[in-house]
Design a protein around this ligand. Structure first.
Ligand SMILES: CC(C)(COP(=O)(O)OP(=O)(O)OC[C@H]1O[C@@H](n2cnc3c(N)ncnc32)[C@H](O)[C@@H]1OP(=O)(O)O)[C@@H](O)C(=O)NCCC(=O)NCCS
Length: 145
């Protein structure tokens, strides 16, 4: 298992991983990345991936704004779930951010597995945004600093 900064050449693998999640669970509001939205995000965001050998098992997209890294996408391939890949990737990111910077992300109120992951890594709930998602669900904002 190792972590790498992802480049343009990794985009097909990132798209395939997102597609595998959509195949598994459908296009749910809690992980809503149709092609056009994903293409726009891949074009502008920073990307960090976790690998098993040559295989991309999970990745994160994020933006750097002063003092904050805002995560927009968190995904582990369905075949590689619950093996610590995303924990490893987020731990790497938390260590890399250095002191004085925070990481922010938001999660659908019903996405309990993601909430447990973030809480295990020390993220704290900051606030809630009611009716944030297409299905009317609340977004929970988490932060770690
Ligand atoms: C949420 C997600 C990224 C977790 O990735 P993962 O690589 O399977 O997570 P890890 O194996 O690193 O899990 C680390 C910890 O997170 C928590 N966790 C992860 N999946 C969980 C689940 N299904 N149920 C309960 N806790 C879970 C556990 O605390 C786990 O530690 P443990 O296995 O020692 O108990 C993955 O399920 C996923 O891609 N889901 C679909 C996309 C998504 O919802 N993204 C998040 C949007 S905010």
């Amino acid at each position: 298992m190792h972590v790498e900064v992802l480049k343009g050449s990794h985009k097909p693998a990132m798209r395939a991983l997102v597609e595998a999640i959509h195949q598994e669970q459908g296009l749910l509001p809690q992980f809503y990345w149709p092609n056009d939205l994903l293409g726009a995000e891949l074009a502008t965001a920073e990307a960090l991936g976790v690998f098993e050998g040559e295989t991309l098992t999970g990745f994160i997209l994020y933006r750097e704004v002063p003092d904050v890294w805002e995560i927009s996408l968190v995904a582990t391939h369905p075949q590689y779930r619950r093996r610590g890949y995303m924990e490893k990737l987020l731990e790497h990111m938390i260590a890399a951010k250095g002191q004085g910077r925070a990481i922010w992300l938001e999660v659908h109120e019903e996405n309990v597995s993601a909430q447990k992951l973030y809480e295990k890594l020390g993220f704290k709930e900051v606030r809630r945004r009611p009716r944030y998602y297409k299905d009317g669900a609340t977004a929970i904002l988490y932060s770690v600093s």
